[in-house]
Structures are given as structure tokens and as C-alpha cells.
Design a protein around this ligand. Structure first.
Ligand SMILES: Cc1cc2nc3c(=O)[nH]c(=O)nc-3n(C[C@H](O)[C@H](O)[C@H](O)COP(=O)(O)O)c2cc1C
Length: 189
């Protein structure tokens, strides 16, 4: 890659990786408040702030969602053997055991853009504090199904909002290498 300027923000962006292993201790209130302050300072069309967050630190709620999703995957014959093995291993959690998960929602009468931008502010703010994160998108299709309504009710998402993704947050217990990036996906004019 060409020479770049390095500063704290660039460093946080470049050093962020999806973390799938977390320490079993909660993040501090100050860390959470910092992350939420950065989230709610995201840009939005016409400053409409078209988003809603369900901030979950109740392990029982996260475990209920994880268990139901895991059972659904095991009962689905299309679930690949590799995933089947991992889910039935006992300690599998869809949220990777992170102590905090922020579920990001967008208004049903709008698009996802604003909420998605807020999501990345959460992730980069967390990275800058030394915390790890992972987007949880795989579980969302399941949570949007009518049979999962009781689970979404646990998240207290207002009726007029749709889940976009979860973001697992916690102290990282791994430091994975960066996956390859394709710098050809652009045109310079
Ligand atoms: C919208 C979205 C949904 C994702 N969903 C999942 C998920 O359900 N499970 C998971 O392990 N990783 C998930 N990821 C993480 C990606 O796999 C990861 O960002 C990608 O492989 C690049 O790796 P990196 O984040 O470490 O740079 C998701 C990422 C995004 C942006």
C-alpha cells in the first residue's frame, strides 16, 4: 500500500478486527457511555436520527436468543456440518460470550443507512478504548421471522423498528490477523 498518515483514528480503524473470544467481565459504565455518546453523535439524513438501540447486558436474555438460534440451526438440514459441530459443542454462543451486545435497529418506514453508520461509530469508538467488537448479522434473519417474535420482545424493540445487526462488545481474548482486502474495488477519475 502507498504511504499513509497514521493517527489515533486511523490506527483504530486499521487495527480493528472482528473479535470472537471475550473476557468474562463487564465493560465499565464509562466505556459504555463513551461508546453510546459516539453512537448518538453519528451523522444522519436531515439529523433524523433514524435508529434505535437495545443495549443488552443481561446474560440471560443473550443466552435465550443464542439457545433458540442454535436449536433452529441444528434442526435445519441445510446447516453445514462444520457449524452443526460447533453449535452442539456446548460452549457455543451466537454472541461469542461478549458481556455487552448492542442491537442496532432502523425504522421500518426508512432505510438502514443511518443505523449502519451509527454501528461503525460504535465499533471504532470501542476499538479506540481497547475493546473488541463483532457485528452479529447471521442471527438477524432468524430474529425477523414471526416465530422469533418472543425473542425480539426480550430486546424491547419498538413495533415500528426492525433489527439491523447486533454488535458484541467486550475485552478481547484474541487478536486475529487482518483478512486480505481488495484495493482494486474503486476507480480514480
Ligand atoms: C453487517 C455485518 C454482519 C456480520 N455478521 C457476522 C456474524 O453474524 N458472525 C460473525 O462471526 N461475523 C460477522 N461479521 C464480521 C465479518 O465476518 C468480518 O467483518 C469480516 O470477515 C472481516 O473481518 P474483520 O472484521 O476482522 O476485518 C459481520 C460483519 C458485518 C459488517
Amino acid at each position: 500500500m502507498e504511504k499513509i498518515i497514521m493517527n489515533d483514528v486511523v490506527k483504530a480503524i486499521l487495527e480493528r478486527r472482528s473479535i470472537r473470544k471475550y473476557e468474562d467481565r463487564q465493560i465499565t459504565e464509562e466505556e459504555l457511555n463513551t461508546i453510546l455518546t459516539c453512537a448518538f453523535n453519528s451523522p444522519s439524513g436531515g439529523n433524523g436520527q433514524q435508529w434505535f438501540l437495545s443495549v443488552v447486558q443481561d446474560k440471560a436474555v443473550l443466552d435465550t436468543i443464542s439457545k433458540a438460534f442454535g436449536e433452529m440451526m441444528l434442526s435445519n438440514p441445510d446447516t453445514p456440518e462444520r457449524i452443526r459441530k460447533s453449535v452442539s459443542s456446548g460452549d457455543w454462543k451466537v454472541y461469542f460470550g461478549a458481556p455487552t451486545v448492542i442491537w442496532v435497529c432502523y425504522p421500518k418506514n426508512n432505510n438502514e443507512t443511518n443505523a449502519a453508520l451509527l454501528g461503525e461509530n460504535i465499533v471504532i469508538a470501542a476499538q479506540s478504548l481497547g475493546l473488541g467488537t463483532c457485528y452479529l448479522g447471521g442471527v438477524i434473519n432468524y430474529l425477523r421471522k414471526p416465530e422469533a417474535k418472543e425473542l425480539v420482545d426480550l430486546l424491547k424493540v419498538p413495533e415500528d423498528f426492525e433489527l439491523l445487526f447486533g454488535i458484541a462488545i467486550g475485552y478481547p481474548l484474541e487478536s486475529p490477523d487482518a483478512k486480505p482486502r481488495d484495493f482494486s474495488k474503486m476507480v480514480r477519475i
